[in-house]
Design a protein around this ligand. Structure first.
Ligand code: SAM
Ligand code: SF4
Length: 327
Protein backbone atom coordinates (compact mmCIF):
# COMPACT_ATOMS: atom_id res chain seq x y z
CA UNK A 1 0.00 0.00 0.00
CA UNK A 2 1.46 3.45 -0.89
CA UNK A 3 2.13 6.02 1.86
CA UNK A 4 2.43 9.76 1.25
CA UNK A 5 4.98 12.20 2.65
CA UNK A 6 2.92 12.58 5.86
CA UNK A 7 2.66 8.84 6.45
CA UNK A 8 -0.96 8.59 5.37
CA UNK A 9 -1.89 5.33 3.59
CA UNK A 10 -3.30 6.24 0.16
CA UNK A 11 -5.57 3.49 -1.07
CA UNK A 12 -8.74 5.10 -2.44
CA UNK A 13 -9.11 6.34 -6.02
CA UNK A 14 -12.12 8.36 -7.17
CA UNK A 15 -12.51 8.09 -10.91
CA UNK A 16 -14.50 10.73 -12.76
CA UNK A 17 -15.87 8.99 -15.85
CA UNK A 18 -17.45 12.08 -17.40
CA UNK A 19 -17.67 15.82 -16.87
CA UNK A 20 -21.27 15.88 -18.22
CA UNK A 21 -24.35 15.94 -16.05
CA UNK A 22 -28.10 15.69 -16.48
CA UNK A 23 -28.71 18.09 -13.55
CA UNK A 24 -27.41 21.53 -12.60
CA UNK A 25 -27.32 21.59 -8.80
CA UNK A 26 -27.06 25.24 -7.82
CA UNK A 27 -24.02 24.75 -5.54
CA UNK A 28 -22.16 22.74 -8.20
CA UNK A 29 -22.76 24.19 -11.68
CA UNK A 30 -24.23 27.24 -13.37
CA UNK A 31 -27.41 26.64 -15.36
CA UNK A 32 -25.56 26.69 -18.68
CA UNK A 33 -23.15 24.06 -17.40
CA UNK A 34 -19.37 24.37 -17.45
CA UNK A 35 -16.88 24.19 -20.34
CA UNK A 36 -16.83 20.58 -21.47
CA UNK A 37 -13.91 18.40 -22.40
CA UNK A 38 -13.96 17.34 -26.04
CA UNK A 39 -14.78 13.75 -26.88
CA UNK A 40 -11.12 12.91 -27.66
CA UNK A 41 -9.99 14.37 -24.35
CA UNK A 42 -12.10 11.96 -22.33
CA UNK A 43 -10.46 8.67 -21.42
CA UNK A 44 -11.81 5.66 -23.31
CA UNK A 45 -13.02 2.58 -21.43
CA UNK A 46 -9.82 0.62 -22.07
CA UNK A 47 -7.72 3.56 -20.86
CA UNK A 48 -9.69 3.84 -17.61
CA UNK A 49 -9.43 0.08 -17.11
CA UNK A 50 -5.66 0.16 -17.61
CA UNK A 51 -5.20 3.06 -15.18
CA UNK A 52 -7.39 1.40 -12.55
CA UNK A 53 -5.57 -1.91 -12.98
CA UNK A 54 -2.28 -0.14 -12.34
CA UNK A 55 -3.80 1.64 -9.33
CA UNK A 56 -4.95 -1.69 -7.90
CA UNK A 57 -1.52 -3.23 -8.51
CA UNK A 58 -0.01 -0.21 -6.73
CA UNK A 59 -2.14 -0.88 -3.65
CA UNK A 60 -5.37 1.05 -4.18
CA UNK A 61 -8.21 -1.13 -2.91
CA UNK A 62 -11.23 1.17 -3.08
CA UNK A 63 -12.38 2.53 -6.44
CA UNK A 64 -15.36 4.87 -6.72
CA UNK A 65 -16.84 6.04 -10.02
CA UNK A 66 -18.14 9.59 -10.07
CA UNK A 67 -18.40 12.59 -12.35
CA UNK A 68 -20.21 14.71 -13.57
CA UNK A 69 -22.97 12.16 -13.55
CA UNK A 70 -21.46 8.72 -14.13
CA UNK A 71 -24.70 7.25 -15.47
CA UNK A 72 -24.76 9.62 -18.47
CA UNK A 73 -21.51 8.13 -19.78
CA UNK A 74 -22.22 5.86 -22.76
CA UNK A 75 -21.27 2.27 -22.03
CA UNK A 76 -21.10 2.75 -18.26
CA UNK A 77 -22.34 -0.80 -17.57
CA UNK A 78 -19.63 -2.28 -19.83
CA UNK A 79 -17.04 -0.13 -18.08
CA UNK A 80 -18.19 -1.37 -14.67
CA UNK A 81 -18.08 -4.97 -15.90
CA UNK A 82 -14.51 -4.56 -17.18
CA UNK A 83 -13.37 -2.86 -13.97
CA UNK A 84 -15.01 -5.52 -11.80
CA UNK A 85 -12.90 -8.17 -13.55
CA UNK A 86 -9.62 -6.57 -12.44
CA UNK A 87 -7.95 -9.05 -10.07
CA UNK A 88 -7.70 -7.67 -6.54
CA UNK A 89 -10.40 -5.03 -6.97
CA UNK A 90 -12.98 -5.92 -4.35
CA UNK A 91 -14.56 -2.58 -3.61
CA UNK A 92 -16.11 -0.89 -6.65
CA UNK A 93 -18.71 1.76 -5.87
CA UNK A 94 -20.39 4.77 -7.49
CA UNK A 95 -21.65 8.21 -6.52
CA UNK A 96 -24.70 9.21 -8.55
CA UNK A 97 -27.55 11.68 -8.52
CA UNK A 98 -29.86 8.69 -9.08
CA UNK A 99 -31.93 10.19 -11.91
CA UNK A 100 -31.16 7.22 -14.19
CA UNK A 101 -30.70 4.63 -11.46
CA UNK A 102 -34.10 2.99 -11.85
CA UNK A 103 -33.04 1.57 -15.23
CA UNK A 104 -29.34 1.05 -14.38
CA UNK A 105 -29.37 -0.45 -10.86
CA UNK A 106 -29.93 -4.06 -11.87
CA UNK A 107 -27.46 -4.12 -14.83
CA UNK A 108 -24.83 -2.34 -12.71
CA UNK A 109 -25.19 -4.85 -9.89
CA UNK A 110 -24.94 -7.71 -12.38
CA UNK A 111 -21.84 -6.11 -13.88
CA UNK A 112 -20.14 -6.15 -10.47
CA UNK A 113 -20.84 -2.78 -8.82
CA UNK A 114 -21.02 -3.19 -5.03
CA UNK A 115 -22.43 -0.03 -3.49
CA UNK A 116 -24.02 3.30 -4.30
CA UNK A 117 -23.85 6.74 -2.73
CA UNK A 118 -26.86 8.78 -3.71
CA UNK A 119 -26.85 12.56 -3.65
CA UNK A 120 -30.13 13.88 -2.31
CA UNK A 121 -30.42 17.30 -0.72
CA UNK A 122 -34.15 17.50 -0.02
CA UNK A 123 -37.23 15.33 0.42
CA UNK A 124 -39.55 17.99 -1.04
CA UNK A 125 -40.35 17.65 -4.77
CA UNK A 126 -40.65 21.37 -5.45
CA UNK A 127 -37.43 22.17 -3.66
CA UNK A 128 -35.66 19.31 -5.42
CA UNK A 129 -36.54 20.94 -8.73
CA UNK A 130 -35.22 24.28 -7.52
CA UNK A 131 -31.92 22.90 -6.24
CA UNK A 132 -31.24 20.71 -9.29
CA UNK A 133 -32.94 23.21 -11.66
CA UNK A 134 -34.98 20.53 -13.45
CA UNK A 135 -34.73 17.19 -11.65
CA UNK A 136 -37.60 14.99 -10.51
CA UNK A 137 -37.44 13.76 -6.90
CA UNK A 138 -39.57 10.73 -7.77
CA UNK A 139 -36.85 9.45 -10.14
CA UNK A 140 -34.25 9.49 -7.38
CA UNK A 141 -36.49 7.76 -4.85
CA UNK A 142 -37.39 5.08 -7.40
CA UNK A 143 -33.66 4.76 -8.18
CA UNK A 144 -32.93 4.22 -4.50
CA UNK A 145 -35.53 1.44 -4.31
CA UNK A 146 -34.13 -0.17 -7.46
CA UNK A 147 -30.60 -0.06 -6.03
CA UNK A 148 -31.70 -1.77 -2.81
CA UNK A 149 -33.69 -4.37 -4.76
CA UNK A 150 -30.60 -5.08 -6.87
CA UNK A 151 -28.49 -5.63 -3.74
CA UNK A 152 -26.42 -2.45 -4.04
CA UNK A 153 -26.13 -1.99 -0.26
CA UNK A 154 -25.81 0.07 1.76
CA UNK A 155 -27.20 3.03 -0.14
CA UNK A 156 -25.76 6.08 1.58
CA UNK A 157 -27.55 9.37 1.03
CA UNK A 158 -25.31 12.43 0.73
CA UNK A 159 -27.00 15.71 1.61
CA UNK A 160 -25.07 18.90 0.96
CA UNK A 161 -26.42 21.37 3.51
CA UNK A 162 -26.62 25.04 2.55
CA UNK A 163 -28.02 27.70 4.86
CA UNK A 164 -31.31 29.08 3.59
CA UNK A 165 -31.54 26.39 0.89
CA UNK A 166 -32.25 23.16 2.76
CA UNK A 167 -30.89 23.46 6.31
CA UNK A 168 -34.47 23.40 7.65
CA UNK A 169 -34.63 19.75 6.52
CA UNK A 170 -31.73 18.27 8.45
CA UNK A 171 -34.04 16.90 11.16
CA UNK A 172 -36.44 15.39 8.60
CA UNK A 173 -33.54 13.76 6.80
CA UNK A 174 -32.05 12.40 10.03
CA UNK A 175 -35.48 11.05 11.01
CA UNK A 176 -35.42 8.89 7.86
CA UNK A 177 -32.69 6.77 9.48
CA UNK A 178 -35.39 5.37 11.78
CA UNK A 179 -36.75 3.64 8.65
CA UNK A 180 -35.05 0.55 7.17
CA UNK A 181 -32.10 1.08 4.80
CA UNK A 182 -31.73 4.82 5.28
CA UNK A 183 -28.19 6.02 5.95
CA UNK A 184 -27.71 9.76 5.69
CA UNK A 185 -24.52 11.84 5.60
CA UNK A 186 -24.55 15.60 6.02
CA UNK A 187 -21.91 17.44 4.00
CA UNK A 188 -20.73 20.99 4.58
CA UNK A 189 -20.90 22.93 1.32
CA UNK A 190 -17.43 23.64 -0.05
CA UNK A 191 -16.32 26.77 -1.91
CA UNK A 192 -15.75 24.88 -5.16
CA UNK A 193 -17.37 25.49 -8.54
CA UNK A 194 -20.69 27.26 -8.07
CA UNK A 195 -20.29 26.53 -4.35
CA UNK A 196 -18.10 29.64 -3.99
CA UNK A 197 -21.30 31.65 -3.64
CA UNK A 198 -21.96 29.90 -0.36
CA UNK A 199 -18.60 30.07 1.29
CA UNK A 200 -18.84 31.78 4.66
CA UNK A 201 -22.48 32.32 5.63
CA UNK A 202 -23.82 29.42 3.57
CA UNK A 203 -21.84 26.82 5.46
CA UNK A 204 -23.80 25.09 8.21
CA UNK A 205 -21.22 23.39 10.39
CA UNK A 206 -21.54 19.73 11.28
CA UNK A 207 -21.61 20.82 14.94
CA UNK A 208 -24.69 22.97 14.29
CA UNK A 209 -26.44 20.24 12.28
CA UNK A 210 -25.71 17.72 14.99
CA UNK A 211 -27.06 20.01 17.71
CA UNK A 212 -30.29 20.59 15.78
CA UNK A 213 -30.78 16.85 15.24
CA UNK A 214 -30.10 15.99 18.86
CA UNK A 215 -32.44 18.67 20.12
CA UNK A 216 -35.31 17.28 18.03
CA UNK A 217 -34.63 13.54 17.99
CA UNK A 218 -32.42 12.67 20.97
CA UNK A 219 -28.74 11.90 21.47
CA UNK A 220 -26.55 10.64 18.66
CA UNK A 221 -24.36 7.77 19.78
CA UNK A 222 -21.08 7.11 17.94
CA UNK A 223 -21.20 3.90 15.95
CA UNK A 224 -18.10 1.89 16.92
CA UNK A 225 -16.23 0.34 14.05
CA UNK A 226 -18.25 2.27 11.48
CA UNK A 227 -15.40 4.33 10.16
CA UNK A 228 -15.93 3.76 6.45
CA UNK A 229 -13.26 4.55 3.89
CA UNK A 230 -13.95 8.26 3.73
CA UNK A 231 -13.80 11.17 6.12
CA UNK A 232 -17.32 10.75 7.59
CA UNK A 233 -17.95 10.16 11.29
CA UNK A 234 -20.97 7.97 12.04
CA UNK A 235 -23.64 8.05 14.75
CA UNK A 236 -27.02 6.52 15.46
CA UNK A 237 -30.27 7.94 16.82
CA UNK A 238 -32.01 6.07 19.65
CA UNK A 239 -33.75 3.04 18.16
CA UNK A 240 -32.48 3.66 14.61
CA UNK A 241 -31.16 0.96 12.30
CA UNK A 242 -29.61 3.47 9.94
CA UNK A 243 -26.64 5.77 10.57
CA UNK A 244 -26.17 9.52 10.54
CA UNK A 245 -22.80 10.68 9.20
CA UNK A 246 -21.05 14.03 9.10
CA UNK A 247 -18.51 15.18 6.53
CA UNK A 248 -17.02 18.38 7.86
CA UNK A 249 -15.00 19.39 4.85
CA UNK A 250 -14.78 23.02 5.93
CA UNK A 251 -14.84 23.25 9.72
CA UNK A 252 -12.78 20.21 10.63
CA UNK A 253 -9.33 19.40 9.29
CA UNK A 254 -9.93 15.81 8.32
CA UNK A 255 -6.98 16.09 5.93
CA UNK A 256 -4.93 14.06 8.38
CA UNK A 257 -7.12 11.08 7.52
CA UNK A 258 -7.14 11.70 3.76
CA UNK A 259 -6.52 8.46 1.89
CA UNK A 260 -7.41 9.36 -1.69
CA UNK A 261 -6.38 10.47 -5.13
CA UNK A 262 -8.71 11.61 -7.88
CA UNK A 263 -8.61 10.86 -11.61
CA UNK A 264 -10.34 13.41 -13.85
CA UNK A 265 -12.27 12.23 -16.89
CA UNK A 266 -9.56 13.71 -19.14
CA UNK A 267 -6.90 11.62 -17.45
CA UNK A 268 -5.22 13.80 -14.84
CA UNK A 269 -4.43 12.66 -11.33
CA UNK A 270 -5.28 15.13 -8.58
CA UNK A 271 -3.32 14.73 -5.37
CA UNK A 272 -5.88 16.86 -3.50
CA UNK A 273 -9.45 18.03 -4.14
CA UNK A 274 -8.47 21.48 -2.98
CA UNK A 275 -5.32 22.05 -4.97
CA UNK A 276 -4.96 22.76 -8.67
CA UNK A 277 -1.80 20.66 -9.06
CA UNK A 278 -2.40 17.77 -11.47
CA UNK A 279 -0.37 14.98 -13.04
CA UNK A 280 -1.18 14.13 -16.63
CA UNK A 281 -1.57 10.40 -17.27
CA UNK A 282 -3.34 10.61 -20.62
CA UNK A 283 -0.43 11.94 -22.68
CA UNK A 284 2.06 9.28 -21.56
CA UNK A 285 -0.66 6.63 -21.83
CA UNK A 286 -1.37 7.56 -25.45
CA UNK A 287 2.35 7.86 -26.20
CA UNK A 288 2.97 4.24 -25.27
CA UNK A 289 4.11 4.49 -21.63
CA UNK A 290 4.82 1.19 -19.92
CA UNK A 291 2.94 0.03 -16.82
CA UNK A 292 6.08 0.77 -14.82
CA UNK A 293 6.17 4.39 -16.06
CA UNK A 294 2.48 4.87 -15.24
CA UNK A 295 2.98 3.38 -11.79
CA UNK A 296 5.77 5.89 -11.19
CA UNK A 297 3.36 8.73 -12.07
CA UNK A 298 0.88 7.35 -9.55
CA UNK A 299 3.56 7.40 -6.88
CA UNK A 300 4.46 10.96 -7.90
CA UNK A 301 0.83 11.98 -7.24
CA UNK A 302 0.86 10.20 -3.87
CA UNK A 303 4.04 11.99 -2.84
CA UNK A 304 2.64 15.34 -4.05
CA UNK A 305 -0.29 15.22 -1.63
CA UNK A 306 -0.23 18.38 0.47
CA UNK A 307 -0.58 18.18 4.23
CA UNK A 308 -3.97 19.90 4.22
CA UNK A 309 -6.16 22.82 3.24
CA UNK A 310 -7.06 26.06 4.95
CA UNK A 311 -10.76 26.40 4.13
CA UNK A 312 -11.66 27.16 7.74
CA UNK A 313 -9.34 30.18 7.54
CA UNK A 314 -11.16 31.34 4.42
CA UNK A 315 -8.38 30.44 1.99
CA UNK A 316 -10.09 29.33 -1.21
CA UNK A 317 -8.65 26.54 -3.31
CA UNK A 318 -8.59 25.66 -6.99
CA UNK A 319 -11.16 27.12 -9.37
CA UNK A 320 -11.78 23.73 -11.00
CA UNK A 321 -15.50 22.85 -10.96
CA UNK A 322 -16.61 19.79 -8.95
CA UNK A 323 -17.89 18.11 -12.11
CA UNK A 324 -14.35 18.19 -13.54
CA UNK A 325 -12.63 17.11 -10.36
CA UNK A 326 -14.97 14.21 -9.68
CA UNK A 327 -16.48 15.31 -6.37
N1 SAM B 1 -23.33 13.66 -10.15
C1 SAM B 1 -23.03 12.77 -9.10
C2 SAM B 1 -23.76 13.16 -7.83
O1 SAM B 1 -24.26 14.27 -7.75
O2 SAM B 1 -23.81 12.31 -6.94
C3 SAM B 1 -21.55 12.61 -8.80
C4 SAM B 1 -20.68 13.84 -8.89
S1 SAM B 1 -21.03 15.09 -7.68
C5 SAM B 1 -19.86 16.34 -8.13
C6 SAM B 1 -20.37 14.32 -6.23
C7 SAM B 1 -20.81 14.93 -4.92
O3 SAM B 1 -20.26 16.21 -4.79
C8 SAM B 1 -22.31 15.07 -4.74
O4 SAM B 1 -22.72 14.42 -3.55
C9 SAM B 1 -22.51 16.55 -4.64
O5 SAM B 1 -23.59 16.87 -3.82
C10 SAM B 1 -21.18 17.00 -4.09
N2 SAM B 1 -20.90 18.42 -4.31
C11 SAM B 1 -20.96 19.12 -5.47
N3 SAM B 1 -20.61 20.40 -5.27
C12 SAM B 1 -20.31 20.53 -3.95
C13 SAM B 1 -19.88 21.59 -3.11
N4 SAM B 1 -19.68 22.83 -3.60
N5 SAM B 1 -19.67 21.34 -1.80
C14 SAM B 1 -19.87 20.10 -1.27
N6 SAM B 1 -20.26 19.04 -2.01
C15 SAM B 1 -20.49 19.26 -3.33
FE1 SF4 C 1 -24.51 17.09 -11.48
FE2 SF4 C 1 -23.68 15.89 -9.25
FE3 SF4 C 1 -22.97 18.44 -9.78
FE4 SF4 C 1 -25.49 17.92 -9.17
S1 SF4 C 1 -23.71 17.61 -7.84
S2 SF4 C 1 -24.79 19.20 -10.89
S3 SF4 C 1 -25.79 15.94 -10.05
S4 SF4 C 1 -22.37 16.65 -10.92
Amino acid sequence: MPFDAYDRPIQYLRVSVTDRCNLRCVYCMPEEGVAKFSHQDILRNEEIVRIVRIAVETGFVHIRLTGGEPLVRKGIVDLVAELARIPGLDDLSMTTNGILLRQYAEPLARAGLRRINLSLDTLRPERFRQITRWGNLEDVLAGREAALAAGLRPVKINMVVVRGMNDDEVVDMARKTLEPDWHVRFIEVMPLGAGVHWSGDGVVSSAEIRARIEEALGPLTPVPGEVGIGPARYYRLPGAAGTVGFISAVTDHFCRFCNRLRLTSDGRLLPCLLSSATIDLRTPLRNGATDEELRALFMQAVVAKPRGHALAEGILPTSLPMSHIGG
